[in-house]
Design a protein around this ligand. Structure first.
Ligand code: SF4
Ligand code: SF4
Ligand code: SF4
Length: 501
């Protein structure tokens, strides 16, 4: 591995450079370079997950009726969800490069597992500009809607295993349809229920994604093969141009651009954690709102474990004659209220302190004003604590039941098999942590997330804002209290929840 330094900035090209550009290019390593150049690189990452998900779909409907013994329920809700959140926090779109949903749909769209073929099954429609303006927000609402269905049918409880199968089939069908109608990975860029979550949580991670090694070369590049494609590979499936990428938000790590660039001008960069949270350019307002709404959703999932919530929800269900938990009205009100309260605090701070953003932010399609830029900058600092809460929420299931995979794997179809001799393993009842250990692990994770948010705020406010009269220090203190209040509320709720799943 060697370190690659970007060339000095050229006058008039400052927008193409950023102090947070990553410097460490791991693709300089010979073995990594060979792996990334292989056309089979992504195929072999997707294949194991593809096999597991087909087994999940089959065992969900054919396997043991008891969810705690069903392979589909056990691997999906006790293990997979927790591992995916860990991947998001650490590697950003590390899950996307091996994802079976997008992977399967892309194979069908390209009529190929890995070879570059000129044909495509897709109608190749473009995502409408009016919708593109909303950026990742459609994905946020798809995730909120899907989570409501998950709560209503108790799918991740886990409830009846067949519901896990139906959920996976729905996501695959949704992906397949979008891939067949729209060009490239429109589904991943705008619609996938996980893409906004992965994109915003992934900002905390240490993988910057594929970036250009010398941006000046890109400015004069006659081919732009990284975007358009060549005989060596497909054009960027995520419509990303590595020459201007400044965060890991929309790089699916597929390495097509790496194979395409005729000048060997693409690297795979790592960066210190939180770099994409505090990056000074391309701060997006849609992502900012996404972070706040996703915060509302995860706080809802904590609040709903408290007795007071079921009292309110039961009452609302009686009044509206809605059949069961959660009533969509209180569900939406809580999510939107949390987002609006945090947004309101940020707006109030902007009004009082009038911080002027030093950098320019872009929405997906248009330049944002200074107010929105300042709003997005502060909202991004909520991402680490929000991310930590999603991870902490998965921990009770993982610590208490992850070992149930050992018996479940021996009897995947519920036919009384004992394939690996572990069907009656006592590990079924083993908890990896004591009840107090589970709560402590949640408090530690949220504590780290809160500290990461406080650090991000220090960087963003200190470096990216300008305020007359030296009031940035006071702005930081007030906003730090706000972030600490968010993290503190999560921790108090975890203590009250006492390890509830
Ligand atoms: S955006 Fe969604 S469908 Fe696409 S690769 Fe990522 S998780 Fe999979
Ligand atoms: S093909 Fe290479 S040099 Fe050309 S724009 Fe893309 S990354 Fe830059
Ligand atoms: S920038 Fe490169 S690695 Fe990232 S999604 Fe596009 S083609 Fe794939």
């Amino acid at each position: 591995m060697s370190t690659h330094l970007h060339p000095p900035q050229h006058e008039g090209m400052n927008e193409h450079f950023d102090p947070t550009d990553p410097r460490i290019d791991i693709a300089r390593h010979r073995v990594i370079d060979r792996v990334l150049r292989s056309r089979m690189f992504q195929f072999f990452l997707i294949l194991p997950n593809q096999i597991i998900f087909w087994v999940v779909m089959a065992t969900g409907v054919l396997g043991a009726a008891l969810p705690t013994r069903n392979f589909a329920s056990v691997i999906t809700w006790y293990i997979w969800f927790c591992v995916v959140f860990l991947l998001m926090v650490g590697v950003g779109r590390g899950w996307c490069v091996m994802c079976p949903f997008g992977g399967l749909a892309e194979w069908v769209q390209r009529l190929s597992f890995w070879k570059r073929r000129p044909v495509s099954l897709s109608l190749g429609w473009k995502w409408p500009k009016q919708l593109a303006r909303w950026g990742l927000l459609p994905s946020v609402w798809v995730f909120i809607a899907l989570t409501w269905f998950e709560e209503y049918f108790n799918i991740a409880g886990p409830g009846a295993p067949a519901y896990t199968t139906y959920l996976v089939i729905f996501i695959i069908a949704f992906a397949l349809l979008t891939f067949l109608l729209f060009e490239r990975r429109t589904f991943c860029r705008y619609l996938c229920p996980l893409t906004a979550l992965i994109g915003s949580v992934g900002a905390t991670g240490g993988v910057a994604g594929f970036r250009t090694r010398d941006r000046n070369r890109c400015l004069t590049c006659p081919t732009k093969d990284c975007m358009r494609g060549s005989e060596a590979g497909y054009g960027c499936p995520w419509y990303e141009w590595p020459g201007s990428a400044s965060s890991n938000l929309t790089c699916g790590l597929c390495a097509e651009c790496y194979k395409n660039c005729p000048y060997d001008n693409i690297g795979l960069y790592v960066q210190p954690p939180l770099t994409s949270v505090v990056a000074t350019v391309n701060r997006r307002v849609d992502v900012a709102w996404g972070i706040l709404l996703l915060l509302g959703l995860v706080l809802f999932q904590q609040l709903n474990a408290l007795p007071i919530y079921s009292t309110v929800d039961d009452w609302l269900n009686r009044v509206t004659q809605f059949p069961g938990y959660p009533n969509p009205i209180d569900y939406l009100i809580i999510i939107v209220a949390v987002a609006l309260v945090v947004a309101g605090v940020i707006w109030a701070l902007i009004k009082v302190f009038s911080p002027t953003p030093v950098s320019v932010a872009l929405t997906p399609t248009a330049k944002a004003g200074k107010g929105l830029t300042a709003f997005a900058g502060l909202a991004y600092t909520v991402a680490p604590v929000m991310a930590s809460d999603y991870l902490a929420r998965q921990l009770p299931k993982f610590w208490n039941h992850a070992l149930r995979i050992v018996p479940a794997i021996s009897n995947p179809l519920g036919l009384g098999w004992n394939l690996f001799g572990t069907a009656h393993s006592s590990l079924y009842s083993v908890h990896l942590l004591s009840p107090s250990g589970v709560v402590n692990s949640q408090l530690i994770v949220v504590g780290i997330g809160t500290l990461a948010s406080l650090y991000s705020a220090l960087k963003v406010i200190g470096r990216d804002f300008d305020a007359k009269g030296g009031r940035l220090g006071l702005l930081y203190v007030v906003w730090a209290v706000g972030l600490a209040a968010i993290g503190g509320s999560m921790m108090v709720l975890y203590v009250f929840m006492n390890g509830a799943q």
